[in-house]
Write a protein that binds this ligand. Structure first.
Ligand SMILES: NC(=O)c1ccc[n+]([C@@H]2O[C@H](COP(=O)([O-])OP(=O)(O)OC[C@H]3O[C@@H](n4cnc5c(N)ncnc54)[C@H](OP(=O)(O)O)[C@@H]3O)[C@@H](O)[C@H]2O)c1
Length: 335
């Protein structure tokens, strides 16, 4: 059994272009779990971009290493009782593609605890149009729903990215008024098509807060940008609003005061899709299955070959990707 894989031969943080498209066999795979999965698709997330380009310290395993934080595939063998041969499963988080070999490989051994069943309503391609980005977007939406903010607009930052696009789409389908913030001036039609009520320029929120409490503008936010954008969001979120903080595309650190929390009851909720507990994860995937229709998949997702991952990694890290890129792993050929 031979299959293709994108392998990081060495640490991309200290070596130029250490990736190779290689042909592996079963004995090359680390025994990192009891289910052998034939990978159909993976995807490209911001984290994958950092891992492959070496622009961030993502890979914690030893080299050689197979990245790819997302995968969907078919269980071909299993020692556990959770899945059967033929089960279609999604693997995201739990260190896949960071500590453990990931989705950019035709086959992978995976721990059953890292896998969930492909939910009703999604085929494998659609599942990877969502991927970690979709899971993160849905977990953010669920946090907003749980706080039931009053009527008003929800801001989505980094709106043309994976998390952003899916957040705009999920929120608008649930009837929320969505203000999409983007650095791409040409993206207004795309975001309006996803359901944004208003599209604003990134700079409106990225300049940072002018005062601890400014005029209330939003009742909630999904923030994949962080940094000074999060500072602004905290100052312009109204009474009992909720901000789901899920990313750092614009920066990791921010400063604020306690005033949004103690004078407006604003909630700042952290989202971690990586270690999200199984029950919540399964509920989120069921919700994604209900929300992601064919039209949305066509607007947001596109398929790219495995060999293109190194080039696309540079693009996603520099913020040039719109929507979601699905990586066609099963379609890659062995040399
Ligand atoms: N917490 C979790 O579990 C979790 C899961 C997945 C992702 N994340 C994080 O969420 C973020 C987004 O991930 P993704 O996969 O959606 O990435 P992505 O597709 O690359 O989207 C990021 C978007 O952020 C905006 N952006 C990029 N650079 C920026 C900058 N310097 N300043 C302000 N905005 C910038 C761009 O959108 P516009 O051009 O439209 O502004 C870009 O498309 C990343 O930080 C990622 O690590 C977290």
């Amino acid at each position: 059994m031979n299959f293709p894989a994108l392998v990081l031969e060495d640490d991309p943080q200290s070596h130029d272009n250490p990736w190779r498209l290689k042909t592996l066999s079963r004995s090359d795979l680390p025994e990192q779990g009891g289910s052998l999965v034939r990978v159909l698709y993976s995807s490209l997330n911001y984290k994958d971009g950092l891992a492959v380009s070496g622009k961030g310290k993502i890979v914690r395993g030893s080299f050689p290493f197979v990245p790819g934080i997302d995968l969907v595939g078919e269980v071909v063998e299993t020692t556990g009782d959770r899945f059967e041969p033929g089960s279609l499963v999604i693997g995201t988080g739990w260190g896949i593609g960071e500590n453990h070999w990931g989705g950019y490989s035709g086959y992978q051994f995976l721990n059953d605890d890292w896998l969930v069943d492909l939910p009703n309503g999604l085929d494998p391609f659609q599942a990877m149009v969502a991927g970690t980005a979709g899971l993160t977007a849905m977990l953010s939406v669920m946090e907003i729903e749980a706080r039931a903010p009053s009527a008003g607009a929800i801001a989505v930052t980094g709106a043309t990215g994976g998390v952003g696009s899916l957040s705009v789409a999920f929120l608008s389908r649930l009837g929320y008024e969505v203000v999409a913030s983007t650095g791409k001036s040409e993206a207004t039609p795309y975001l309006a098509d996803l359901g944004a009520t208003e599209v604003i320029a990134r700079q409106e929120l990225s300049a940072g807060a002018t005062r601890p409490l400014d005029s209330a503008r939003f009742v909630g936010a999904v923030d994949s940008v962080g940094g000074t954008t999060l500072e602004t969001l905290l100052s312009v979120t109204g009474r009992h609003g909720v901000i789901a903080s899920c990313g750092l595309a614009g920066g990791a650190s921010f400063s604020s005061t306690v005033f949004p929390f103690i004078l407006r009851g604003v909630a700042l909720v952290g989202i971690d899709s990586n270690t999200c507990p199984r029950k919540t994860r399964e509920r989120a995937w069921r919700r994604i299955g209900e929300a992601l229709d064919d039209a949305l998949v066509d607007r947001i997702g596109r398929k790219e070959p495995l060999a293109e991952v190194p080039r696309l990694a540079g693009e996603i890290v520099s913020g040039r990707v719109m929507g979601r890129i699905v990586i066609d792993v099963a379609g890659a050929s062995v040399s």
